[in-house]
Design a protein around this ligand. Sequence first.
Ligand code: F6R
Length: 621
Amino acid sequence: MCGIVGYIGKKPAFSILLSGLKRLEYRGYDSYGFCVLNQQNEPFLYKKVGKISEAEVELSNLKVNGRVGIAHTRWATTGAVTEANAHPHFDCKKDIFLVHNGIIENYREIKEKLIKEGHKFTSETDTEVVVHLIEKYFQGNLEEAVRKALKEVRGTYGIAVISKKDPEKIVAARLSSPLILGINQDEFLVASDPAAIITHTRQVINLDDNEIAVLRPDNFFILKEKPLTTIEWTPEEAEKGGYPHFMLKEIMEEPEAIENAIRGRLIPEEGSVKLGGLINVSEKLREINRLILVACGTAFHAARVGEYMLEEYAGIPTEVDIGSEFRYRKPIVDKKTAAIFVSQSGETADTLAALREMKEKGILTIGITNVVGSTQSRETDAGVYTRSGPEIAVASTKAFLGQLATLAMLTVYLGRQKEMGLVMGKRIISELAKIPDLARNVLKSAPEFAETSSHLTPRSTLSNSAIEKLAEKYKDFKNFWFIGRKYNQPIALEGALKLKEISYLHAEGVAGGELKHGPLALIDENFPTIAICPSDSVYEKMISNIQEIKARGGLVIAIATEGNEEIKKLVDDVIYIPKTLEMLTPMLSVIPLHFFAYCLAVLLEKDVDKPRNLAKSCTTE
Ligand code: F6R
């Protein structure tokens, strides 16, 4: 999500860090910062909210000397968008400076302990505990202090650290958050992303989990020998993580989006979840006996899945509406109603208008939002961040997965406050924890793209995957139906929306049971149907719908559960997804649909990341 660059060598560090940060801008960020140590080992610390381009003049006038430094672009997750929360973070004496990507799950307990020991904190972030832990263990050798500090943290990290008390050194370490070392003649770099250093050097070493590297002006070492690799990406490819489009990159990040949403929030032994953003309203939520979910577009589809989850498992009457309709409906609400607003950007005008309407009526408002500090997150009474990371492609993909995972957690949270028993809570939690890996398996039907370990080879061509072959087979059709029932009925709507918005083909999503009430009239050999029919409680009904279509000469592509060989006899093509709890199947069934839409749009040579007539954030009603 965030970006890291570090430099040590013979050249002035500041301009190299600045150009590195600019190359990371594509990832999206809300604040940034640098720390450079000068010849006297005094730090120059600069942190700012906003975009680098807005401070171009100020930055060019800065006189920064020094040949070692670290820099960071931040996308807020824990703590608001403020200068204090921007990286680098520092210890009590301002001797040690650190930049971090990732999430420190146990930061609250570490922070409490360190405060008792006398440490003074200046930010709300999880990151800051790491630099204070390093301070605690520092006895003259920075890498030794880093090693000891990291033993105490739980979560994920890519870090780069410098210290005026052990200067001429950058210490870098990682766990489940990418970090590479750039190796050049008499200079070394560290970065979270090849894009940051590619114009400088192509000789890199991928740091592995639990490894600590020490970079000096004239040499470097890691705790074990590592081979040199050559980056083959062009700088443009590097910006998209080597993928040809942001949308593909973001689809490939869908398993990670689920993982980020649930990280540190599941309590398996209690069959429950911990949602820090709801602590202040937890008592009020206990009193709630009706929920209204409001959202637009893809977020609305997530909310619709949430409606099924909340009613079936939390036992709370729930209704869902689109933002632009809800406020004109004169909705009837009372003090026992809570309104939940689902939005990636947190800036969608229609959703915000509905939120304000509910606030005026004095209703408890909750946000499910991706962007920290967005209008929605500021105006709701409480909320949960989805932590999907910046989404650049106009068509929403990974954020949708973050929303679904969050709604599943909310269901357990509210359910456990009401009638949901321990056994059911445990069951949902344990299945939810498995979803990121199952989602990775789904993406294996795109083998070349799923190869996350090889971040340095170009992925500029489509692979020969099953879904790509399907897209090739169906690329000349102009109309598509998407059908599903129950939890996968909103997924049918989502599959159709994604296809129409990026390929400009006509696609419609409909509940399987509705076919016979009209849509069936359109079925013929030129109108294929994508039927989402995992082996769940409505499977038999979906099979009847498929038979209705086949009887009228229609083509059918089924999204079915692995092991269902029978369905092959009935339909023209099958895409398999792994088995999971019925309420969680949308997190797996939607992935092939996103990928199918992407492949078709590429084959039809459309502007995948920026479809015509659409904007990423709809800030007007
Ligand atoms: C579709 C898409 C849109 C958004 C909608 C709401 O791919 O991206 O339908 O989902 O405009 O946006 P947010 O979630 O930012 O409120």
